[in-house]
Design a protein around this ligand. Structure first.
Ligand code: ACM
Ligand code: ZN
Length: 628
């Protein structure tokens, strides 16, 4: 994807002018935007959206017609107002206009919008820009608004910082239906994401129909049902049927691709090889080095050989079949081939892999991995697609035209960029949406109880950091792995609101980030989620809690709120705290004798806001010991 090249001076002037806009106050007619546009100048007066408003579009442009149809549907959903396409003579109009001479500032995705009384003009070089202008206009309409919606007059100029603004959904560890995937894409497009990375295969399930290899879905898509604690599931019982799972038919895939295209979202399918291939190996046991027959595994505690044998020529024949069908289904230029976490000890102990290394003159198993990826790259080449892989594909040497998705920090991405390869930054510290977003006792668990990622940290992410030549950074991506995301409501909960922070990181200029101001905008968007029945986490209202030890050896309790303006009420007496209980005064609290638990809740303006936090002092002490 192309990065937009804007003149430094133009960007500076726009930024300086935008920064002058202080005293943000949002009345009904002045709703805040996420991601924040490059520039927005408020003017006096109002545009009134009502049932009389007409949309003006050039008659011959089908893409703009589709955008208008989606716009009409979204307006009705937000406000109940029903508008139509119409004619210029109407008194209230919203006009989509494509530039006849391209405006170089806007690139392919940018737009300008002039909201005046009686007329809104959205102008862009391409329909994609109009689509983003429309998303901005929709955010100007408050949730649950009435039959007439005032929108303050303004001039907006807007274009993205990065051309790759992605979200990844893992549909292998838990399967999400075609309709759920569409809903996910619809929501991400509202925040100007343009890449949906569809993690279609992994150990716990194969999710895409491959007509030439039917066992991949008749066997590989199904596992025994388990509910609860992912890390501790029982292996299949003797004779137990594999009834949990599912897959997308090729017809389903085409439908989702079209749905995404209408929203200017490119789908990047991932077929994860040579590691994370248990679902394929369960379907075709000859594919692994050990050739042991395993069931598809939902993360049960059992050691399995889940890597494809690199010495088995038949595996490459299978991959040719798989990737040629995948390439024919997805019109985008990229296919993601995974490449992460291949367990090389199986290759080390496999005569066929070792023979391959000898024949090809490869000295290490890392070079064997590089050999594997280069062969996959040739298969993609033959099918007209470009290869993306996780940063492990750097090991043993990168395939010539590979694009690297950097997940173990940004170092892999920086190294790939230095070697002249395009990169997408998805460091787990800032981009892994499966990580817990607040206090664990409320959020329960994120991935394997290990990792925390408050939205406040996400908002500090800079995809270009540490990269000498940032022109190689295509953009960034949030990744939702689903070991501990057992249903779609939870997928939404883990994605939002952190997905809004990431969207702003990827779209908006870096200069004007202000966490406190961002939180106000985020909160203003929560009612939109409620109205659309999209789940989101209210974790920003729940403080972190920790035990500290003074120099004198006394244990004390400290709360750290994620946002300003919260009152924290607490108690050690195991009763429900409210605003008549002790209030936290931003200094460590001593623990009364005999106490075993602390309970706490946040209030704002005298009203309860956060959830009840109940935690044992033993748990807090354990955490303190672990830190030491
Ligand atoms: C990954 O998280 N294994 C890419
Ligand atoms: Zn092998």
């Amino acid at each position: 994807m192309r990065k937009i090249d804007i003149s430094k001076w133009t960007a500076f002037i726009l930024f300086a002018l935008t920064s002058l806009q202080i005293n943000v106050s949002w009345g009904q007619e002045n709703q805040p935007l996420i991601p924040k546009p490059v520039s927005e100048f408020k003017r006096s007066g109002q545009f009134i959206l009502s049932g009389k408003t007409k949309i003006l579009i050039p008659a011959d442009n089908t893409e703009l017609q589709t955008i208008a149809d989606l716009f009409i549907g979204d307006i009705t959903e937000l406000s109940g107002i029903s508008i139509e396409k119409g004619e210029r003579k109407a008194k209230s109009t919203i006009e989509f206009r494509l530039n006849t001479v391209a405006d170089s500032l806007l690139g392919t995705e940018g737009y300008k919008m002039k909201i005046a009384s009686g007329h809104v003009l959205i102008q862009a070089n391409q329909p994609q820009g109009i689509f983003y202008g429309v998303q901005t206009f929709l955010q100007k309409i408050p949730a649950k608004s009435a039959a007439q919606v005032p929108v303050a007059c303004a001039d907006i100029t807007d274009y993205p910082r990065f051309g790759w603004r992605g979200l990844m959904l893992d549909v292998s560890r838990h399967f999400f239906t075609k309709d759920e995937v569409k809903r996910y894409i619809d929501q991400m497009a509202k925040y100007k994401y343009n890449v949906f990375h569809w993690h279609l295969t992994d150990d716990p399930g194969w999710r895409i129909e491959i007509k030439s290899l039917p066992e991949l879905t008749s066997v590989g898509s199904w596992r025994v049902p388990r509910t609860g604690n992912f890390g501790h599931f029982q292996p299949p019982f003797p004779g137990e049927e594999a009834t949990d799972g599912g897959f997308y038919t090729q017809e389903d895939i085409r439908e989702v691709v079209k749905y995404a295209q209408e929203r200017f979202v490119t789908i990047v399918p991932e077929i994860d090889v040579p590691g994370h291939s248990l679902a394929l190996i369960a379907s075709y046991p000859d594919a692994s080095c050990t050739q042991v027959k395993y069931p598809v595994n939902a993360g049960f505690a059992m050691p399995v050989d889940r890597v494809l044998c690199a010495g088995n020529e038949d595996n490459f024949k299978k991959l040719e079949l798989i990737f040629s069908e995948v390439a024919s289904l997805f019109p985008g230029e990229y296919v993601h081939i995974g490449g992460d976490e291949a367990e090389k000890e199986y290759w080390r102990n496999c005569p066929k892999c070792q023979q391959r290394m000898k024949t090809e003159g490869l000295k290490t198993e890392e070079e064997l991995q590089s050999y594997f990826i280069k062969r996959v790259s040739k298969i993609l080449d033959a099918n007209g697609k470009k290869l993306i892989g996780w940063d492990e594909i750097l090991e043993g040497g990168l395939a010539p035209d590979a694009t690297v998705m950097s997940w173990r920090g940004t170092e892999g991405g920086a190294a790939a960029a230095k070697a002249g390869h395009p990169v997408i930054m998805t460091p787990n510290e800032f981009c892994y949406l499966d990580h817990t977003q607040g206090e664990n006792v409320i959020e329960r668990f994120g991935i394997l109880f290990c990792c925390f990622m408050r939205m406040r940290e996400v908002y500090k992410f800079n995809p270009n950091e540490g990269v000498a030549d940032s022109s190689f950074v295509l953009g960034a991506q949030g990744n939702l792995w689903t070991e501990v995301v057992p249903n779609y409501r939870r997928a939404e909960y883990m994605t939002w609101p952190r997905g809004m922070a990431l969207s702003e990181i990827m779209w908006s200029p870096t200069g004007n980030r202000n966490w406190d101001e961002f939180v106000l905008r985020i909160e203003n968007h929560f009612p939109r989620f409620e109205q659309a029945e999209v789940n989101y986490s209210p974790a920003i209202y729940d403080p972190d809690i920790e035990m500290v030890e003074t120099d004198a050896g006394e244990y004390q309790i400290v709360f750290t709120p994620e946002i300003k303006g919260l009152d924290i009420y607490y108690t050690f007496d195991m009763t429900f705290p409210d605003k008549f209980y002790p209030k936290y005064k931003n200094e460590p609290i001593s623990i009364p004798s005999g106490a075993t638990e602390i309970w706490a809740i946040t209030y704002r303006d005298g009203k309860p806001l956060g959830r009840l936090l109940v935690i044992t002092l033993d748990e807090l002490k354990n955490r303190l010991e672990k830190k030491k």
